[in-house]
Design a protein around this ligand. Structure first.
Ligand code: AMP
Length: 356
């Protein structure tokens, strides 16, 4: 096992959004410094980090200088260009490992990986053109969802196919990008497990949260989720299986569909996750601290939940309700300091807490 990072060490974080911001705060609480690498100007994390590099992922010199200035590197989003990773990885350790990024960056590779592990996924097939799509619809049946293999988030790059008449439009929506057709899963609700694995291989999972999406964007996460004891155990064990196979170090979000036939894995995110924000007020050690502990080679927190929480995302004009929310008892606000409110933009979240 590598030595735990000492006080005052610097954690490099690729990506300066709200996740990078909350990781920086957690790092500071443990006595670490953080250095953000982010192409966009004035990112939310810059307000709380010790250092910021504002450069593109194609700027090899900036990447080298960034990597040299930190002790370990992590990231807040999974679509880091491969060339940029090559550069920083040659200089400092990157956690979670590259393999986690390779698997999660491409929905087809991800589904194949999960299936190979023996986990259930929606039926799927690769689609590159109209011929593939016709074959895939035949094989999988309808309704189904066509998704781009890469760069999809918050429901973007997805088209539902209810009847064969929708096929042409769905293909047009993919704009020629390599895609995947997924059979529509008839789920009762969606849950996620936020799981962590340390450098020593120890795994700790937070209690699964129940997620409600609106327009493809996470609206609320509620803990405890509606799950039987067996389902809860199943969820945690399958998450551990994924982390162990990837020799993962850090926090991962595993999104699941709950169906009468068992839990079906929707997708994995190799980073702290929006559906884990409830842990900030529901657990002694939250997902951000847990991730920092993991990448710093520290022992993990145990993930125990001390309170029931409903996390609500504050999206776009939801920010108008902040003064009202601030007056609510037992409501913890977490705002991201974004200068401009835009429709669909995640501006903050509120954790409403009750005794468990
Ligand atoms: P994704 O970006 O793949 O997480 O999809 C966003 C949301 O679309 C999910 O949280 C589900 O609510 C819904 N969804 C995605 N894939 C499927 C599927 N195969 N069957 C049913 N619903 C889906």
């Amino acid at each position: 096992m590598t030595n735990p990072l000492p006080q005052g060490a610097t954690i490099g974080i690729i990506g300066g959004g709200q996740l990078g911001r909350m990781l920086s705060v957690a790092a500071a609480r443990l006595g670490f410094k953080s250095h953000i690498f982010e192409p966009g100007a004035n990112p939310p994390a810059a307000q709380v980090a010790d250092a910021v590099t504002t450069s593109g992922y194609d700027d090899a010199a900036a990447l080298k200088a960034f990597a040299t200035s930190v002790d370990v590197i992590t990231y807040e989003f999974e679509n880091i260009p491969t060339d940029a990773l090559d550069i920083v990885e040659a200089i400092r350790p990157v956690h979670p490992r590259r393999e986690a990024l390779r698997v999660s960056q491409d929905r087809l590779v991800e589904k194949a990986f999960l299936s190979e592990l023996g986990l259930k996924t929606a039926p799927f097939a690769a689609v590159d053109d109209a011929v593939d799509l016709a074959e895939a619809m035949q094989e999988i049946g309808l309704p189904a969802i066509l998704k781009t293999r890469r760069f999809g988030y918050d429901g973007k790059g997805q088209a539902r196919i209810m009847t064969t008449d929708d096929a042409e439009q769905a293909l047009t929506d993919m704009a020629g990008a390599p895609s995947i057709l997924e059979g529509f899963v008839d789920f009762s609700h969606e849950v996620s497990v936020i799981a962590a694995r340390g450098v020593d291989g120890q795994v700790a999972c937070f209690d699964p949260g129940e997620n409600v999406h609106e327009g493809g964007i996470l609206r609320t996460t509620t803990v405890p989720a509606r799950l039987s004891t067996a389902q809860r155990t199943d969820a945690v064990l399958l998450a551990a299986q994924i982390l162990n196979r990837l020799q993962y170090v850090g926090v991962m979000g595993v999104e699941l569909f709950v169906t009468p036939k068992g839990l079906i894995v929707n997708e994995i995110a190799p980073r702290v996750h929006n559906s884990g924000h409830w842990t900030q007020n529901g657990c002694t050690v939250d997902q951000f601290e847990q991730h920092i502990r993991a990448v710093a080679g520290w022992p993990l927190g145990d993930g125990q939940r001390h309170s029931d929480v409903v996390m609500e995302n504050l999206i776009g004009e939801d920010m108008d309700r902040v003064p009202e929310i601030a007056r609510e008892p037992n409501a913890a606000l977490h705002l991201y300091g974004k200068a401009e409110t835009k429709p669909g933009r995640k501006m903050g979240h509120v954790n409403r807490v009750a005794k468990a």
